[in-house]
Design a protein around this ligand. Structure first.
Ligand SMILES: NC(=O)c1ccc[n+]([C@@H]2O[C@H](COP(=O)([O-])OP(=O)(O)OC[C@H]3O[C@@H](n4cnc5c(N)ncnc54)[C@H](OP(=O)(O)O)[C@@H]3O)[C@@H](O)[C@H]2O)c1
Length: 172
């Protein structure tokens, strides 16, 4: 349904986009997207023939990795290109982070659910948590129902400050 380029590589981007479009025409994929592309790489992409057909950019984004908020997130939102947040629980680390406990207690939720709810509260952002335990899968699904308040966002901003300058896109 959605075929992604894992990260920018040494193959000219125009060739990759042309190949994606060929695969689409042949009915082998429905859509294509990219991953780990920073703003300058997205600019290059959308400037290519058919580059505007990109459906998403999958990036590392969570409370402890807020760099993309500086320019990539607003850039993507303005162009209607969804960001897909990978490792939204920081590979499980945010589930054990006590700085989330107060907000979690207000919602009778877990720290992991708050971390996910926070990512999903951002317009134009999708989250792809990985969970192998059934209770984690259930918790993550119900994180959609958590409505974070202005107070919650303010508390989380204090605990995990937003970026004040451009930082290169991080990867794990
Ligand atoms: N494009 C890229 O370059 C890139 C790079 C890295 C990852 N990814 C993708 O991102 C997705 C997820 O990322 P990730 O696995 O790195 O990190 P993640 O989703 O942030 O964290 C996964 C870890 O969190 C735990 N967890 C999940 N839900 C939980 C909950 N409700 N409470 C407590 N712990 C919970 C999981 O435990 P259990 O498994 O025990 O449930 C697992 O150890 C995957 O699909 C992966 O392929 C993409």
């Amino acid at each position: 349904d959605l075929y992604l380029l894992h990260w920018p590589g040494s193959v000219p981007l125009a060739e990759t986009v042309a190949a994606f479009e060929d695969l689409k025409s042949a009915g082998k994929i429905r859509h294509w997207g990219v991953s780990n592309f920073d703003t300058d790489e997205m600019e290059e992409l959308v400037g290519l023939p058919s580059g505007g057909n990109v459906q998403t950019n999958q990036i590392l984004y969570n409370l402890s990795r807020r760099g993309p908020e500086f320019d990539l997130a607003p850039w993507s939102l303005q162009r209607g290109i969804p960001l897909m947040a990978y490792s939204p629980i920081e590979q499980g680390a945010l589930a054990r982070n006590a700085r989330l406990d107060a907000v979690a207690a207000r919602h009778d939720a877990t720290a992991a659910q708050v971390a996910l709810a926070w990512v999903m509260a951002h317009k134009g952002v999708i989250a792809i948590p990985k969970a192998s335990r059934q209770d984690h899968v259930r918790q993550n699904a119900t994180a959609l129902d958590i409505g974070l308040t202005a107070q919650d966002f303010a508390d989380l901003d204090r605990a995990f400050p937003p970026p004040t300058r451009k930082r290169g896109l991080e990867m794990i």
